[in-house]
Design a protein around this ligand. Sequence first.
Ligand code: BGC
Length: 372
Amino acid sequence: MATSRHMALRCHLTSQKEEGGVKEKLFDHIVQCIAEFLDYMGIKGAPLPLGFTFSFPCKQDRIDKGTLVGWTKGFKATDCEGEDVVDKLREAIKRRNEFDLDIVAIVNDTVGTMMTCAYENPDCEIGLIAGTGSNVCYMEEMKNIEIVDGNEGQMCINTEWGGFGDNGCLDDFRTKYDIDVDGKSLNPGKQRYEKMTSGMYLGEIVRQILIDLTKRGLLFRGHISERLRTKGIFETKFLSQIESDRLALLQVRKILQQLGLDSTCDDSIIVKEVCGAVSQRAAKLCGAGMAAVVDKIRENRGLDQLKITVSVDGTLYKLHPHFSRILRETVNTLSPECDVTFMLSEDGSGKGAALITAVAKRLHSHGEEDVN
Ligand code: BGC
């Protein structure tokens, strides 16, 4: 996203499963995306402030510093963990030596999403991403934040709720399919809630269930095809298509055939049921998390009723035919004292990072010391 003076670019890192020792490559790739963008906009020569949307867990004690805690969502570049990714980006910009960019802010996508909406709507105090990954940020009272001095005002907390359950507290709800998917992921034992609720994993859970049903002779005439053994065949977009109410069973069968799964009509009924159960559980779990967050904000403020807006982005929320409705219904059921409005935000994370960058830059240029 660019304005004449401030820029934040969202670079989609589509290549997954990078091997270790590739951090230079990774950041060089991001800089390559920036170079293409600057060329396209015709602003390569201008010195520009940059906001970096980085959708992974980071420790942050300054607005322009983010120490990567660990990769999520199937990414891996082991030598980045524990390092300041802003530094890595600065080094890559230097290596390229083609343009002059000042990295002013690093922003999690949830925070960017919340800021975009909050710019126009003061009720917006929560940012939700329900897409490839899952996460929430919200405005917390300073007096409740032990690790930061001061009691006045509020601060945005990136909950990284995807890691909820990593201490075992979700074990009663995890099935053998969840355990399988987790075990075969690049970060076993980590991001357990995310692995039950986000687009990256739902298709894999479905696949594990289908394999199990086939083994038990209930599907695909008991024959586990090579295709069904292939990791990642059920992308979220297929789940969305299969679950669409407009789709007749014959079309479901066609999709399965496109996926290389030779199915009978009964098979397609079962597959549709399985997809429905997995995505419904994901939406309900995500709704339960959101209900806890809005209720916490209500209790923080000692209110009987809270009116609040959640800015939300992510393919699962936007494209799945039922996810958003079930999520909203769950929040209404579990936190009836909260009147929660969900607002869709289109590329909110990039715009929000640009906004934060613009404000931080202005504070800097007005000589205010403490923008961190
Ligand atoms: C990351 C979060 C991010 C979320 C949504 C998770 O895997 O840990 O930082 O906000 O995905 O992109």
